[in-house]
Design a protein around this ligand. Structure first.
Ligand code: ADP
Ligand code: MG
Length: 271
């Protein structure tokens, strides 16, 4: 084995030990280029470390995306804001870029009947925040309630709530589907109180506040939960017709008009 080969093998070992996979991958190529082009030592070091840092950031974001439970295809770019005139695109885009509201532990509440795009929009905000380097967890509200109830039974509720603390934003999808029997233990209220003014929540619901009584133990608790949630919140009202239904109707119209123009051209008439 030549001296150069030994040095290179030693470097590989050290870079593995130091957990610098990108430097390890690029070192041979960049060192050769540096020798050829006579780079100052600092420039070589800078190039190697810059690559390592960039790839580290990419891997971090990939990990955050994988742990988030978000559908990757629900994006702000694929959301048709024209379909929901009650929602300000600028305001939503700001939430997606926003660091400031997360730092304050402010909330987002999305209301509207089924099919209007609540889950899509809240997921799109979540994906944008992950791109911006934040940590997000998307969960169905009823599933999280079940998980927290199990934790409470095992006397692990504080630990389970603490685990959720690592997320800058916790998305609770479909609050209205939490069942009455799940409400009795009030774990949802504890979660809301625990995060109040510290860590953000985003909640979608197809019923207005006035019907949230079914989700909490009693009217006083419902009121206290709503108070905490709305104290620092952006509320997005999406009271439009179901996007799914409208899309289905548009498809039907398109195929009808295609059919009728086909019959027209078939009969030799032009318009
Ligand atoms: P909700 O959560 O309000 O019941 P979803 O977000 O599940 O509604 O939307 C239903 C379907 O319609 C999803 O596939 C979603 O991507 C799509 N959709 C809804 N609204 C829009 C919109 N404004 N632009 C693009 N796709 C939309
Ligand atoms: Mg939904």
């Amino acid at each position: 084995m030549s001296g150069a080969a030994i040095t290179s093998a030693r470097l590989d070992l050290m870079l593995t030990e130091l957990r610098l996979p990108t430097v390890k991958r690029l070192a041979a190529g960049l060192c050769a280029q540096s020798d050829r082009e006579g780079w100052p030592g600092q420039r070589l070091l800078e190039a190697l470390l810059e690559h390592e840092m960039n790839e580290r950031e990419v891997r971090r974001i990939e990990r955050h995306r994988a742990e988030s439970g978000l559908s990757v295809d629900k994006r702000l770019s694929s959301f048709d804001f024209a379909a929901v005139p009650t929602v300000s695109k600028a305001q939503v885009m700001a939430l997606g870029e926003g660091q400031e509201w997360l730092d304050r532990g402010a909330n987002v509440l999305l209301f509207g009947p089924p099919g209007v795009g609540k889950s899509h929009l809240v997921s799109a905000i979540g994906n944008a925040l992950i791109d911006a380097g934040r940590r997000v967890l998307f969960t169905r509200c009823s599933e999280l309630v079940q998980r927290l109830q199990a934790a409470r039974r095992d006397l692990r509720l504080p630990q389970e709530l603490a685990k959720l603390d690592r997320f800058d934003l916790l998305i609770l999808d479909d609050l209205s589907y939490v069942r009455r029997d799940q409400a009795e233990t009030s774990v949802l209220f504890e979660l809301i109180s625990e995060r109040y003014e510290r860590k953000s929540l985003a909640i979608t619901a197809n019923t207005p506040f006035s019907q949230w009584g079914d989700v909490f133990v009693d009217p006083a608790m419902t009121l206290a939960a709503v108070d905490r949630l709305v104290h620092h919140a952006t509320i997005l009202e999406m009271n439009v017709e179901s996007y799914r239904r409208r899309a289905a109707q548009a498809d039907q119209k398109a195929s009808q008009s295609k059919h009728s123009s086909a019959t027209k051209s078939g009969s030799g008439k032009s318009s």
